[in-house]
Design a protein around this ligand. Sequence first.
Ligand SMILES: C=CC1=C(C)c2cc3[nH]c(cc4nc(cc5[nH]c(cc1n2)c(C)c5CCC(=O)O)C(CCC(=O)O)=C4C)c(C)c3C=C
Ligand SMILES: [Fe+2]
Ligand SMILES: [Fe+2]
Length: 328
Amino acid sequence: MAEATFGVLLANLGTPDAPTPAAVRRYLAEFLWDRRVIDVSRPVWWMILNGIVLRTRPKKVAEAYASVWEEEGSPLLAIGRRQQRALKARLDTHFDADIPVELAMTYGRPTMEAAGLTFRKAGVERILVLPLYPQYSRTTTAPVFDRLADALAPCPHLPELRMVRDYHEEPGYIDALAASVREHWEARGRQNHLLMSYHGIPKRYANEGDPYPKHCTRTSHLLAERLGLRDDQWTMTYQSRFGREEWLKPYTDETLTAWGKAGHDGVDVICPAFAADCLETLEEISIQNREFFQDNGGGDYSYIPALNDREDHIALLEQLVVRHTTGW
Ligand SMILES: C=CC1=C(C)c2cc3[nH]c(cc4nc(cc5[nH]c(cc1n2)c(C)c5CCC(=O)O)C(CCC(=O)O)=C4C)c(C)c3C=C
Ligand SMILES: [Fe+2]
Ligand SMILES: [Fe+2]
């Protein structure tokens, strides 16, 4: 095997260390203090965050985490580890070399500092950063860049860096999403409507130039086209809103509640912005939103899992690495 000429840093959002109020509080305190995520003036936000949010939210959110927690821990981290191992295996074969692949979270553990140190000890001089967010957002992709820069700040000899900014219209991504939908239809039956639910962001961020909703819309149209869906066979919505400000619309929960009341007989739900299943898909979509639909009179409700460690998903990540490391 040849020696690697670069390393790959897979990055995702982060998750608490345990499904307990204390661990969730630590996680939220770090995450929600990031200006890229919440840009309210610091003194005002400090009062709201410490006076209200961190006093009330951790208990409720810890219960939600407990309902999806796995033996290996938080689903986001457990799946991230599987993605890391599977990508390394593919890259080692592709390059016939021992390619270092690290997983780091923007908030919580495993930290960017730990990944940076591992690369440094291995003598890695070039790092390809691959944030696991198909659609770029200032609230998710940009903090990966900030946190990595912070982690490397003490390093006297910076590695060469490249970052995949987004892959929202990458053919391998759309193909993998479409294959996951078709396989789900074959295994579980097909509902007559497909809902594509994306994590939301405040509408103001989009008005200020975040291309996230444009990326989501493009992904949705490409997926619908690849599945041969007519316009009346699919809908796109945004989930997980937080706080009082207006977020991107239409909202997933309001849409499913209205569809339930209107007596819709069935819906398949996919969340294309999540490269790995996590609290926002396994609890919010698969449990909470199912109730909004069915308790209001809706029929069948079927959640289509994230791409996780599917072979075609890992093959897509491999393709992205191969393309973005050209010349290294
Ligand atoms: C407060 C504002 C938030 C913005 C803006 C936001 C954007 C955003 N988030 C993801 C992906 C994930 N978010 C997750 C959890 C989560 N998100 C927020 C808030 C914002 N997200 C909170 C407060 C939480 C924690 C749970 C809660 O308290 O409700 C997760 C899951 C993590 C896990 O541990 O499973 C992911 C993944 C995207 C893609 C995005 C914008 C594009
Ligand atoms: Fe979020
Ligand atoms: Fe949520």
